[in-house]
Design a protein around this ligand. Structure first.
Ligand SMILES: Nc1nc2c(ncn2[C@@H]2O[C@H](COP(=O)(O)OP(=O)(O)OP(=O)(O)O)[C@@H](O)[C@H]2O)c(=O)[nH]1
Length: 369
Protein backbone atom coordinates (compact mmCIF):
# COMPACT_ATOMS: atom_id res chain seq x y z
CA UNK A 1 0.00 0.00 0.00
CA UNK A 2 2.78 2.38 0.95
CA UNK A 3 4.45 1.93 -2.45
CA UNK A 4 1.27 3.00 -4.22
CA UNK A 5 1.08 6.16 -2.13
CA UNK A 6 4.63 7.04 -3.10
CA UNK A 7 3.87 7.05 -6.84
CA UNK A 8 4.00 10.55 -8.33
CA UNK A 9 0.64 11.96 -9.43
CA UNK A 10 -0.16 11.51 -13.11
CA UNK A 11 -0.49 14.79 -14.99
CA UNK A 12 -3.84 15.20 -16.77
CA UNK A 13 -4.64 17.97 -19.25
CA UNK A 14 -7.50 20.03 -17.86
CA UNK A 15 -9.48 19.86 -21.12
CA UNK A 16 -9.44 16.06 -20.84
CA UNK A 17 -10.93 16.08 -17.37
CA UNK A 18 -14.38 14.55 -17.31
CA UNK A 19 -17.00 14.77 -14.58
CA UNK A 20 -16.18 11.23 -13.44
CA UNK A 21 -12.61 12.28 -12.71
CA UNK A 22 -13.59 15.32 -10.67
CA UNK A 23 -14.20 15.12 -6.96
CA UNK A 24 -17.94 14.84 -6.30
CA UNK A 25 -18.09 18.34 -4.90
CA UNK A 26 -16.87 19.93 -8.17
CA UNK A 27 -18.83 17.74 -10.61
CA UNK A 28 -22.05 18.34 -8.68
CA UNK A 29 -21.48 21.99 -7.95
CA UNK A 30 -24.58 24.09 -8.54
CA UNK A 31 -25.01 26.01 -11.80
CA UNK A 32 -24.40 29.74 -11.36
CA UNK A 33 -27.16 32.23 -12.10
CA UNK A 34 -26.14 35.72 -13.19
CA UNK A 35 -28.76 38.45 -13.09
CA UNK A 36 -28.43 41.12 -15.78
CA UNK A 37 -30.00 44.50 -15.10
CA UNK A 38 -29.61 47.89 -16.70
CA UNK A 39 -31.43 50.99 -17.76
CA UNK A 40 -33.49 51.09 -20.97
CA UNK A 41 -31.31 50.80 -24.03
CA UNK A 42 -28.04 50.35 -22.11
CA UNK A 43 -27.14 47.15 -24.01
CA UNK A 44 -28.61 44.20 -22.06
CA UNK A 45 -29.89 42.44 -25.19
CA UNK A 46 -26.60 43.17 -26.95
CA UNK A 47 -24.78 41.40 -24.10
CA UNK A 48 -27.18 38.45 -24.14
CA UNK A 49 -26.97 38.08 -27.93
CA UNK A 50 -23.21 38.23 -27.81
CA UNK A 51 -23.09 35.53 -25.15
CA UNK A 52 -25.52 33.33 -27.06
CA UNK A 53 -23.75 33.62 -30.37
CA UNK A 54 -20.04 33.91 -29.52
CA UNK A 55 -17.70 30.94 -29.89
CA UNK A 56 -16.87 30.45 -26.25
CA UNK A 57 -17.63 26.75 -25.91
CA UNK A 58 -19.84 27.28 -22.87
CA UNK A 59 -23.39 26.03 -22.66
CA UNK A 60 -25.43 28.91 -21.33
CA UNK A 61 -29.16 29.26 -20.82
CA UNK A 62 -30.60 32.75 -21.04
CA UNK A 63 -33.94 33.49 -19.48
CA UNK A 64 -35.74 36.64 -20.42
CA UNK A 65 -37.91 37.88 -17.65
CA UNK A 66 -40.35 40.72 -17.72
CA UNK A 67 -40.50 41.60 -14.04
CA UNK A 68 -43.05 44.15 -13.08
CA UNK A 69 -45.37 42.60 -15.65
CA UNK A 70 -47.51 39.56 -14.96
CA UNK A 71 -45.20 36.63 -15.09
CA UNK A 72 -46.54 33.74 -17.09
CA UNK A 73 -44.36 31.77 -19.40
CA UNK A 74 -40.85 32.92 -19.94
CA UNK A 75 -38.53 32.19 -22.78
CA UNK A 76 -35.23 30.51 -22.18
CA UNK A 77 -32.65 30.25 -24.91
CA UNK A 78 -29.77 27.87 -24.64
CA UNK A 79 -26.55 28.02 -26.55
CA UNK A 80 -25.43 24.58 -27.61
CA UNK A 81 -21.84 25.30 -26.73
CA UNK A 82 -19.58 25.50 -29.76
CA UNK A 83 -21.34 28.59 -31.13
CA UNK A 84 -23.90 26.09 -32.40
CA UNK A 85 -27.65 26.13 -32.73
CA UNK A 86 -29.78 27.97 -30.25
CA UNK A 87 -32.40 25.88 -28.55
CA UNK A 88 -35.51 27.53 -27.26
CA UNK A 89 -37.28 26.30 -24.17
CA UNK A 90 -40.20 27.61 -22.23
CA UNK A 91 -39.84 28.00 -18.53
CA UNK A 92 -43.16 28.13 -16.79
CA UNK A 93 -43.56 30.48 -13.89
CA UNK A 94 -46.69 30.98 -11.88
CA UNK A 95 -48.29 34.39 -12.04
CA UNK A 96 -47.85 36.61 -9.07
CA UNK A 97 -45.70 39.08 -7.28
CA UNK A 98 -41.99 38.42 -7.54
CA UNK A 99 -41.48 38.57 -3.79
CA UNK A 100 -43.99 35.85 -2.85
CA UNK A 101 -45.73 33.49 -5.29
CA UNK A 102 -43.01 33.50 -7.89
CA UNK A 103 -40.31 32.93 -5.33
CA UNK A 104 -40.44 29.18 -5.26
CA UNK A 105 -41.60 28.81 -8.80
CA UNK A 106 -38.61 30.75 -10.15
CA UNK A 107 -36.12 28.64 -8.21
CA UNK A 108 -37.99 25.44 -9.17
CA UNK A 109 -38.13 26.42 -12.85
CA UNK A 110 -34.38 27.06 -12.88
CA UNK A 111 -33.69 23.79 -11.07
CA UNK A 112 -35.84 21.90 -13.60
CA UNK A 113 -33.94 23.56 -16.43
CA UNK A 114 -30.66 22.37 -14.91
CA UNK A 115 -32.03 18.82 -14.52
CA UNK A 116 -33.34 18.65 -18.07
CA UNK A 117 -30.18 19.96 -19.67
CA UNK A 118 -27.00 18.05 -19.15
CA UNK A 119 -23.92 20.04 -18.31
CA UNK A 120 -25.36 23.50 -18.40
CA UNK A 121 -22.46 25.82 -17.59
CA UNK A 122 -24.39 28.87 -16.55
CA UNK A 123 -27.77 30.61 -16.49
CA UNK A 124 -28.30 34.27 -17.32
CA UNK A 125 -31.47 35.97 -16.17
CA UNK A 126 -32.11 39.14 -18.15
CA UNK A 127 -34.51 41.35 -16.32
CA UNK A 128 -36.33 44.12 -18.05
CA UNK A 129 -38.25 46.77 -16.21
CA UNK A 130 -36.70 45.82 -12.88
CA UNK A 131 -35.62 48.94 -11.01
CA UNK A 132 -34.57 47.23 -7.81
CA UNK A 133 -32.74 43.89 -8.07
CA UNK A 134 -32.88 43.28 -4.30
CA UNK A 135 -36.05 41.08 -4.24
CA UNK A 136 -34.52 38.89 -6.92
CA UNK A 137 -31.32 38.54 -4.90
CA UNK A 138 -33.27 37.41 -1.85
CA UNK A 139 -35.05 34.76 -3.98
CA UNK A 140 -31.94 33.39 -5.63
CA UNK A 141 -29.50 33.71 -2.73
CA UNK A 142 -30.18 30.25 -1.38
CA UNK A 143 -28.82 28.76 1.77
CA UNK A 144 -26.06 26.19 1.06
CA UNK A 145 -27.92 23.73 3.28
CA UNK A 146 -30.84 23.62 0.81
CA UNK A 147 -28.43 21.88 -1.59
CA UNK A 148 -30.01 23.51 -4.61
CA UNK A 149 -28.73 22.74 -8.12
CA UNK A 150 -28.53 26.49 -8.77
CA UNK A 151 -26.76 29.31 -6.98
CA UNK A 152 -26.72 33.06 -7.39
CA UNK A 153 -23.41 34.02 -8.98
CA UNK A 154 -23.54 37.81 -9.39
CA UNK A 155 -25.50 40.83 -10.49
CA UNK A 156 -24.33 42.55 -13.65
CA UNK A 157 -25.58 46.06 -14.41
CA UNK A 158 -25.11 47.31 -17.96
CA UNK A 159 -24.71 51.08 -18.11
CA UNK A 160 -24.77 53.37 -21.15
CA UNK A 161 -21.65 55.53 -20.69
CA UNK A 162 -23.04 58.47 -22.64
CA UNK A 163 -26.42 58.40 -20.97
CA UNK A 164 -25.17 57.91 -17.41
CA UNK A 165 -23.12 61.08 -17.73
CA UNK A 166 -26.31 62.98 -18.62
CA UNK A 167 -28.26 61.32 -15.83
CA UNK A 168 -25.65 62.21 -13.25
CA UNK A 169 -25.47 65.85 -14.34
CA UNK A 170 -29.29 66.08 -14.38
CA UNK A 171 -29.66 64.73 -10.88
CA UNK A 172 -27.00 66.81 -9.15
CA UNK A 173 -28.67 68.90 -6.45
CA UNK A 174 -31.93 67.07 -6.89
CA UNK A 175 -33.40 64.94 -4.14
CA UNK A 176 -34.44 62.25 -6.58
CA UNK A 177 -32.16 59.73 -8.17
CA UNK A 178 -32.67 57.59 -11.25
CA UNK A 179 -33.22 53.87 -11.01
CA UNK A 180 -29.91 53.43 -12.83
CA UNK A 181 -28.19 54.48 -9.58
CA UNK A 182 -30.06 51.81 -7.64
CA UNK A 183 -29.04 49.21 -10.21
CA UNK A 184 -25.41 50.35 -9.83
CA UNK A 185 -25.73 50.16 -6.03
CA UNK A 186 -26.66 46.47 -6.24
CA UNK A 187 -24.18 45.51 -8.97
CA UNK A 188 -21.26 43.19 -8.42
CA UNK A 189 -20.07 44.04 -11.93
CA UNK A 190 -20.83 47.22 -13.88
CA UNK A 191 -20.41 46.93 -17.65
CA UNK A 192 -19.77 50.50 -18.76
CA UNK A 193 -20.92 50.10 -22.35
CA UNK A 194 -20.95 52.26 -25.51
CA UNK A 195 -17.40 53.44 -24.95
CA UNK A 196 -17.15 53.97 -28.72
CA UNK A 197 -19.46 56.96 -28.31
CA UNK A 198 -16.89 58.59 -26.07
CA UNK A 199 -14.28 59.63 -28.55
CA UNK A 200 -12.56 62.96 -28.05
CA UNK A 201 -9.90 63.64 -25.45
CA UNK A 202 -12.18 65.70 -23.23
CA UNK A 203 -14.69 62.88 -23.12
CA UNK A 204 -11.97 60.38 -22.28
CA UNK A 205 -11.16 62.34 -19.11
CA UNK A 206 -14.86 62.37 -18.42
CA UNK A 207 -14.85 58.58 -18.69
CA UNK A 208 -12.39 58.41 -15.79
CA UNK A 209 -14.65 60.79 -13.91
CA UNK A 210 -17.62 58.53 -14.67
CA UNK A 211 -15.78 55.51 -13.28
CA UNK A 212 -15.07 57.46 -10.10
CA UNK A 213 -18.72 58.39 -9.85
CA UNK A 214 -19.75 54.74 -10.23
CA UNK A 215 -17.31 53.80 -7.47
CA UNK A 216 -18.69 56.70 -5.43
CA UNK A 217 -22.07 54.95 -5.57
CA UNK A 218 -20.67 51.44 -5.17
CA UNK A 219 -16.97 51.09 -4.45
CA UNK A 220 -17.22 47.28 -4.40
CA UNK A 221 -18.33 46.90 -8.01
CA UNK A 222 -15.88 45.77 -10.67
CA UNK A 223 -16.13 48.12 -13.66
CA UNK A 224 -15.53 46.73 -17.16
CA UNK A 225 -15.52 49.18 -20.11
CA UNK A 226 -16.93 47.78 -23.35
CA UNK A 227 -18.18 48.52 -26.82
CA UNK A 228 -21.18 46.40 -27.80
CA UNK A 229 -20.71 44.50 -24.53
CA UNK A 230 -17.74 42.55 -25.89
CA UNK A 231 -16.37 41.14 -22.69
CA UNK A 232 -14.27 38.14 -21.72
CA UNK A 233 -16.82 35.72 -20.23
CA UNK A 234 -14.32 34.55 -17.63
CA UNK A 235 -14.42 38.06 -16.22
CA UNK A 236 -18.16 37.99 -15.65
CA UNK A 237 -19.19 34.37 -15.02
CA UNK A 238 -18.49 32.18 -11.99
CA UNK A 239 -17.60 35.12 -9.77
CA UNK A 240 -19.26 33.48 -6.74
CA UNK A 241 -20.18 36.86 -5.33
CA UNK A 242 -22.68 35.27 -2.95
CA UNK A 243 -20.95 32.01 -2.12
CA UNK A 244 -21.01 31.58 1.64
CA UNK A 245 -17.94 29.38 1.54
CA UNK A 246 -16.19 31.36 -1.15
CA UNK A 247 -13.34 33.56 -0.07
CA UNK A 248 -13.31 35.70 -3.19
CA UNK A 249 -14.56 38.89 -1.65
CA UNK A 250 -12.74 38.21 1.59
CA UNK A 251 -9.31 38.94 0.08
CA UNK A 252 -10.79 41.88 -1.79
CA UNK A 253 -12.11 43.33 1.42
CA UNK A 254 -8.83 42.90 3.20
CA UNK A 255 -7.18 45.09 0.57
CA UNK A 256 -7.07 48.59 1.96
CA UNK A 257 -7.55 50.41 -1.30
CA UNK A 258 -11.01 48.93 -1.76
CA UNK A 259 -12.16 50.24 1.54
CA UNK A 260 -11.25 53.88 1.54
CA UNK A 261 -14.37 56.00 1.82
CA UNK A 262 -15.06 58.13 -1.25
CA UNK A 263 -13.59 61.60 -0.93
CA UNK A 264 -16.99 63.22 -1.16
CA UNK A 265 -20.52 62.03 -0.79
CA UNK A 266 -22.27 61.43 -4.06
CA UNK A 267 -24.88 64.01 -4.94
CA UNK A 268 -27.48 61.36 -5.64
CA UNK A 269 -27.38 60.43 -1.96
CA UNK A 270 -26.48 56.85 -2.90
CA UNK A 271 -22.96 56.22 -1.72
CA UNK A 272 -20.42 53.84 -0.23
CA UNK A 273 -18.70 54.24 3.07
CA UNK A 274 -16.63 51.98 5.23
CA UNK A 275 -15.78 51.55 8.88
CA UNK A 276 -12.61 49.98 10.30
CA UNK A 277 -12.24 49.07 13.95
CA UNK A 278 -9.69 46.95 15.80
CA UNK A 279 -10.47 44.50 18.68
CA UNK A 280 -12.43 41.26 18.45
CA UNK A 281 -16.22 41.37 18.27
CA UNK A 282 -18.89 39.33 20.02
CA UNK A 283 -20.65 37.47 17.17
CA UNK A 284 -24.06 37.48 18.89
CA UNK A 285 -23.85 41.21 19.34
CA UNK A 286 -22.92 41.67 15.66
CA UNK A 287 -25.97 39.64 14.63
CA UNK A 288 -28.21 41.78 16.81
CA UNK A 289 -26.56 44.95 15.53
CA UNK A 290 -27.10 43.90 11.89
CA UNK A 291 -30.71 42.98 12.55
CA UNK A 292 -31.26 46.33 14.17
CA UNK A 293 -29.72 48.14 11.20
CA UNK A 294 -31.31 46.08 8.43
CA UNK A 295 -34.67 45.12 9.92
CA UNK A 296 -35.69 47.74 12.45
CA UNK A 297 -35.05 50.85 10.40
CA UNK A 298 -34.45 52.95 13.48
CA UNK A 299 -32.09 55.37 11.73
CA UNK A 300 -32.79 57.45 8.62
CA UNK A 301 -30.36 55.30 6.66
CA UNK A 302 -31.43 53.11 3.78
CA UNK A 303 -28.85 50.32 3.60
CA UNK A 304 -28.84 48.42 0.31
CA UNK A 305 -25.75 46.32 0.74
CA UNK A 306 -23.07 45.54 3.26
CA UNK A 307 -19.93 43.45 2.93
CA UNK A 308 -17.24 43.04 5.49
CA UNK A 309 -14.72 41.01 7.43
CA UNK A 310 -14.77 40.47 11.19
CA UNK A 311 -12.27 39.52 13.85
CA UNK A 312 -14.47 37.33 16.03
CA UNK A 313 -13.67 36.81 19.71
CA UNK A 314 -12.21 33.33 20.41
CA UNK A 315 -11.95 32.43 16.72
CA UNK A 316 -8.91 32.21 14.45
CA UNK A 317 -11.09 32.34 11.37
CA UNK A 318 -11.91 35.53 9.52
CA UNK A 319 -15.69 35.88 9.39
CA UNK A 320 -17.32 37.53 6.39
CA UNK A 321 -20.52 39.55 6.41
CA UNK A 322 -22.67 39.91 3.34
CA UNK A 323 -26.06 41.63 3.27
CA UNK A 324 -28.48 42.66 0.57
CA UNK A 325 -31.30 44.76 2.02
CA UNK A 326 -32.70 42.72 4.91
CA UNK A 327 -31.08 39.39 3.99
CA UNK A 328 -27.70 38.84 5.60
CA UNK A 329 -25.16 36.11 6.26
CA UNK A 330 -22.10 35.91 8.53
CA UNK A 331 -19.82 32.96 7.73
CA UNK A 332 -16.36 31.83 8.84
CA UNK A 333 -13.68 31.91 6.12
CA UNK A 334 -9.97 31.14 6.14
CA UNK A 335 -7.76 31.56 9.20
CA UNK A 336 -6.02 34.84 9.92
CA UNK A 337 -2.40 34.78 8.78
CA UNK A 338 0.28 35.44 11.33
CA UNK A 339 1.49 38.69 9.80
CA UNK A 340 -2.03 39.94 9.13
CA UNK A 341 -3.49 42.76 11.18
CA UNK A 342 -6.70 41.48 12.74
CA UNK A 343 -9.36 44.08 12.13
CA UNK A 344 -13.08 44.54 11.51
CA UNK A 345 -13.81 46.22 8.18
CA UNK A 346 -17.29 46.85 6.87
CA UNK A 347 -18.43 48.51 3.66
CA UNK A 348 -21.95 49.91 3.34
CA UNK A 349 -23.77 50.97 0.19
CA UNK A 350 -26.98 52.92 0.61
CA UNK A 351 -28.73 56.26 0.95
CA UNK A 352 -28.24 58.80 3.70
CA UNK A 353 -25.48 56.71 5.24
CA UNK A 354 -24.42 58.04 8.63
CA UNK A 355 -20.77 57.29 9.40
CA UNK A 356 -20.96 58.37 13.05
CA UNK A 357 -24.06 56.30 13.74
CA UNK A 358 -22.49 53.21 12.16
CA UNK A 359 -19.17 53.60 13.98
CA UNK A 360 -20.74 54.35 17.36
CA UNK A 361 -23.26 51.52 17.19
CA UNK A 362 -20.67 49.00 15.92
CA UNK A 363 -18.42 49.86 18.87
CA UNK A 364 -21.06 48.19 21.05
CA UNK A 365 -20.18 44.82 19.44
CA UNK A 366 -16.50 44.97 20.48
CA UNK A 367 -15.33 42.81 23.35
CA UNK A 368 -13.01 45.63 24.52
CA UNK A 369 -14.64 49.03 24.82
N1 LIG B 1 -22.77 52.79 -30.43
C1 LIG B 1 -23.07 51.75 -29.68
N2 LIG B 1 -24.32 51.25 -29.71
C2 LIG B 1 -24.60 50.18 -28.94
C3 LIG B 1 -23.62 49.58 -28.13
N3 LIG B 1 -24.18 48.53 -27.46
C4 LIG B 1 -25.48 48.49 -27.86
N4 LIG B 1 -25.73 49.47 -28.75
C5 LIG B 1 -27.02 49.80 -29.41
O1 LIG B 1 -27.87 50.39 -28.43
C6 LIG B 1 -29.23 50.04 -28.68
C7 LIG B 1 -29.84 49.44 -27.43
O2 LIG B 1 -29.18 48.20 -27.14
P1 LIG B 1 -29.95 46.97 -26.47
O3 LIG B 1 -28.98 45.87 -26.35
O4 LIG B 1 -31.22 46.70 -27.20
O5 LIG B 1 -30.29 47.60 -25.07
P2 LIG B 1 -31.24 47.00 -23.92
O6 LIG B 1 -30.64 47.43 -22.65
O7 LIG B 1 -31.46 45.56 -24.12
O8 LIG B 1 -32.56 47.81 -24.23
P3 LIG B 1 -34.04 47.57 -23.62
O9 LIG B 1 -34.38 46.14 -23.83
O10 LIG B 1 -34.85 48.54 -24.41
O11 LIG B 1 -33.95 47.99 -22.20
C8 LIG B 1 -29.20 49.09 -29.86
O12 LIG B 1 -29.50 49.83 -31.03
C9 LIG B 1 -27.76 48.58 -29.90
O13 LIG B 1 -27.34 48.20 -31.20
C10 LIG B 1 -22.28 50.14 -28.11
O14 LIG B 1 -21.37 49.71 -27.40
N5 LIG B 1 -22.09 51.21 -28.89
Amino acid sequence: MEEEDDNPPIAVRMDEVTDEMLPESVADSPVGVTVITGYLGAGKSTLVNYILNAQHGKRIAVILNEFGEEIGVERAMINEGQGGALVEEWVELANGCVCCTVKHSLVQALEQLVQRKEKLDHILLETTGLADPAPLVSILWLDDQLESTIKLDSIITVVDAKNLKLQISKHVDSGSFPEAFLQIAFADIVILNKIDLISDEKEKTELEDLKMKIHGINSLATIICTTRCLVDLDEILNRESYGGKSNTHLEELLENSKLLPPSSRHDSGVSTLSIHQPYPVDLNKVNRWLEDLLWENRSSMDIYRCKGVLDVHNSDQIHTIQAVREVYEVVPGREWREAEERINKLVFIGRNLDLKYLEDSFRGCLTII
